[in-house]
Design a binder for this molecule. Structure first.
Ligand SMILES: [Zn+2]
Ligand SMILES: [Zn+2]
Length: 116
């Protein structure tokens, strides 16, 4: 269990940070959300995060900084450390991934029921 550095990816996704050009590191987490591993990319230079497109397109969706009650990490307690992906629909719920910049752990937050 945990977050692993899976090394350089060879799957057609961008390999360089769009912000500073550093080589992105592939991260895969198996932290228990319905036992489905989540994957994202992290820039060791500036901390940029992106996740692969769920529809298989060769693009990365950038994470955004969270504010308010969801900005603090529920795992390590670090304040204003959470970044969130663009929302996506899973199993009838509108969800977003939240990744802590301090400890690297992530979880999926259900925002609301997705419209039918
Ligand atoms: Zn960067
Ligand atoms: Zn944390």
């Amino acid at each position: 269990m945990g977050v692993e550095d899976a090394g350089r990816a060879g799957d057609g996704l961008p390999s360089a940070c769009p912000r500073c050009g550093e080589a992105l590191v592939q991260k895969i987490s198996d932290y228990g959300w319905r036992r489905k591993p989540n994957e994202w990319r992290r820039c060791p230079g500036c901390g940029w995060l992106g996740r692969p497109d769920l529809g298989g397109r060769p693009i990365l969706h950038p994470f955004r900084r969270l504010t308010g009650e969801f900005a603090d990490c529920v795992f390590c307690g670090w304040e204003d450390s959470n970044l969130a992906s663009e929302s996506f629909v899973d199993n009838g719920w509108l969800c977003e991934w939240i990744v802590c910049q301090a400890c690297g752990r992530e979880n999926v937050r259900r925002i609301e029921r997705a419209p039918e």
